[in-house]
Ligand binder design. Structure first.
Ligand code: GAL
Length: 367
């Protein structure tokens, strides 16, 4: 303690305490502690009545679909992580139907789950599900995709804008020496808030290059339901309109990249066009090795599922939860957790998806 402080303390401990408190750094620490405790308390108040008299918390997991490979992994990892934390999980998948997903949530509410985890098909349509859950005193965690227009409790995902930036940056680093890059763009499902965030990230990188005449977008469209066959149709339409003379396809995930590459294969130009992706699906990792796809974005699902399980079990047992970030969803600033992501090419498959055990050397390289 500095000599002045000692002097002040000798004179009057109260004055010393006040001047100590007025120290901006001390003040900042105190305020942020207070804030996170308040957030935690507000969240733990949701459904203050004791969860159903179960020995183990029961979490309801409502999924949009299991059609993409990653969601099957998310489900298995999440159930296993929740199990390690002493919780049971009831999983329902809506097979890409909004009405079915709402019915699934209503069924889980009737089951009196202690907390709900929702991967929404339609960001806006699931607001009704959140309101129904709150009427039953059940807190809701949105997993990977945001639910908009409601008083959502919590959100955990990856840095989705950065996903788009990594995809576009990969192409920006490979502009043709002469002339400009002629580009086709495939966005995700319009109902998925993530698809808009990926596009936003891509635009952040592309806009200046387009303005500078270094990139020209020949054709762009949204792939309904993220379906590969819809992505293939977009590329077929682009080739019909513009011919095969383009350098790159900015596909927003591996599923749509796969559909696009089918169209390129039919045209005999697969491997000659740069193609981006996301999710590090097994098929995409194999395409990186073959050279028909050029990059993907790896999202460590083991981290997402592990942290989501921790948050869900805390919500289910009405314990405070802490989230450093927020996501405005049009109604509230949703307390949020954002996880890191990695760009993957054939050159760093071993240091990323194979090192983390998402893929095996044998599956990817076939030996
Ligand atoms: C997004 C998700 C991506 C992708 C896509 C299709 O919301 O973040 O990883 O897989 O859905 O399911």
């Amino acid at each position: 303690m500095s000599s002045e402080a000692e002097e002040l303390f000798a004179k009057s401990p109260a004055a010393a305490a006040v001047s100590w408190l007025m120290n901006p750094r001390i003040l900042l620490v105190l305020v942020s502690c207070l804030l996170s405790v308040l957030t935690g308390l507000a969240l733990s108040r949701r459904g203050a009545e004791a969860p159903a008299t179960r020995t183990r918390p029961l979490i309801g997991l409502s999924m949009d679909t299991l059609k993409e490979e990653r969601w099957q992994k998310d489900r298995d990892l999440f159930v296993a992580e929740a199990g390690k934390l002493g919780a049971d999980v009831e999983v329902l998948s809506a097979n890409s139907s909004d009405t079915r997903q709402l019915a699934d949530v209503e069924a889980l509410i009737t089951r009196k789950v202690d907390a709900l985890v929702i991967i929404p098909k339609d960001a806006a349509a699931m607001a009704k599900a959140v309101n129904l859950a709150h009427q039953a005193g059940i807190p809701v965690l949105a997993y990977d995709r945001l639910i908009t227009g409601c008083d959502l409790d919590l959100y955990i995902t990856f840095d989705n804008v950065k996903v788009g930036e990594l995809q576009a940056k990969f192409l920006a680093d490979r502009l043709p020496a002469t002339g400009k890059m002629r580009l086709l763009r495939i966005y995700g499902a319009k109902t998925d808030n993530n698809a808009k965030l990926f596009k936003q990230g891509q635009d952040n990188i592309l806009q200046p290059l387009i303005a500078a005449g270094k990139v020209e977008v020949l054709h762009e469209d949204w792939a309904d339901d993220w379906k590969p066959e819809n992505a293939k149709k977009i590329i077929n339409a682009a080739i019909t309109k513009h011919g095969p003379g383009f350098e790159a396809i900015l596909a927003s995930n591996d599923g749509t990249a796969g559909g696009a590459i089918q169209a390129l294969t039919e045209e005999g130009i697969a491997g000659k066009v740069l193609v981006t992706g996301q999710d590090a699906d097994l098929a995409a990792c194999q395409r990186l090795v073959q050279g028909t796809q050029t990059m993907t974005v790896y999202k460590p699902l083991h981290l997402l599922s592990q942290q989501a399980a921790e948050l869900a079990v805390r919500l289910a047992s009405r314990r405070p939860v802490f989230a450093r970030d927020v996501s405005p969803n049009g109604e509230v600033d949703v307390p949020s957790v954002f996880l890191p992501i990695h760009a993957v090419t054939k050159d760093n498959l071993r240091e990323t998806v194979i090192r983390d055990g998402l893929r095996s050397e044998k599956d990817v390289f076939g030996r």
